[in-house]
Design a protein around this ligand. Structure first.
Ligand code: 13P
Ligand code: SF4
Length: 313
């Protein structure tokens, strides 16, 4: 009997998974995967999570090797929080365009203009920028971080949409950088309105990296984990989802009886999808690409990440 392409792919994946288990043991490795990774990676991860949970897991692990399946700044944060571990990633081309929208020179200039402001930096940023930062945050604890900061003025980098969202929960003056996530920022009011007409019973849940006018249409606004929790615990059966499409893996696992419609087919982060199972196995085989952060930068950046971890999500 002839095998189909799908069967051949499944067979290859089974072989890759077997090899992965061997390598994980040999390298004493832990696999961390962001919710936006391909299903085939989320399936084999030791921990799936959002940026906050994965940073916590990296800081706490006893493993010798951390394989970070996400984008580059996530691997960097893991290395900063666990400097004695080897941190490897499946593909070094997995960057985050939003993180690249702010640089040290621009941030230093802003600090000069606002000498009394505290710098709050979204974790989606480079190690160099984190080293210039008072405290980092993720979308899961951004509001609490802003409220925890002892300053009346905040320099907020790099996400203008998340900055606009958190500014509604504080009286502090916020100086907001003009960065954005290419994927979330693509979602428009028109997309959501069309989906609401198609699925009138569905609740609209959305990530705060989306535009303010899109958030206004939402039944629920929250980080990736908050969206997953909300959908799991809600009595509603149908949802329009305004975040990256990989989140569907956890949503469907948690609530197989519920229906999830992604708000557009464009809610796919191409950077997250650069990683795949084959590259994951290969990186454990070759122990690279490895993440390096120069010690002086890491030592400064660590303070801002450790402060972030103290503010619960
Ligand atoms: P969270 O993991 O904090 O929800 O962030 C979303 C994101 O865009 C990660 O790159
Ligand atoms: Fe960056 Fe957006 Fe992709 Fe997250 S989803 S990695 S913020 S481009």
């Amino acid at each position: 009997m002839q095998t189909t392409a799908l069967e051949r792919k499944q067979e290859r994946n089974e072989q890759l998974k077997e090899r992965l288990l061997q390598l994980k043991e040999e390298r004493n490795a832990i696999i961390l995967a962001h919710y936006y990774q391909r299903d085939e990676i989320q399936e084999v991860a030791d921990f799936r999570g959002d940026s906050f949970l994965l940073a916590q897991k990296a800081a706490q692990t006893d493993a010798d090797t951390i394989v970070f399946c996400g984008v580059h700044f996530m691997g960097e944060s893991a290395k900063i929080l666990a400097p004695d571990k080897t941190v490897i990633i499946p593909d070094e081309r997995a960057g985050c365009p939003m993180a690249d929208m702010v640089n040290v020179d621009g941030l230093r200039e802003l600090k000069k203009q606002h000498p009394n402001a505290a710098v709050v930096t979204y974790i989606n940023s480079s190690a160099d920028v984190k080293a210039e930062t008072d405290i980092c945050c993720t979308s899961a604890n951004a509001v609490k971080v802003i409220q925890s900061v002892d300053a009346d003025e905040i320099i907020w980098v790099p996400d203008k949409n998340l900055g606009d969202y958190v500014s509604k929960f504080t009286d502090k003056k916020m100086i907001i950088w003009e960065g954005y996530c290419n994927t979330h920022d693509m979602l428009t009011v028109k997309d959501v309105e069309q989906m609401k007409i198609k699925h009138p019973q569905a609740q609209f849940v959305v990530h705060p990296e989306c535009r303010p006018e899109v958030l206004e249409l939402a039944d629920f606004v929250g980080s990736t984990t908050a969206i997953i929790k909300y959908c799991r615990e809600s009595d509603h059966q149908e949802f329009i989802v305004g975040t990256e499409d990989g989140t569907g893996y956890q949503l469907r696992n948690d609530s197989p009886e519920k229906t999830f419609h992604f708000a557009t087919k464009y809610l796919v982060c191409p950077n997250m999808k650069v990683n795949n199972l084959k590259k994951l196995v290969k990186c454990l085989e070759t122990m690279g690409p490895e993440i390096y952060v120069p010690k002086p930068v890491a030592d400064k950046a660590r303070l801002s990440l450790e402060r972030m971890l103290q503010v619960t999500a």
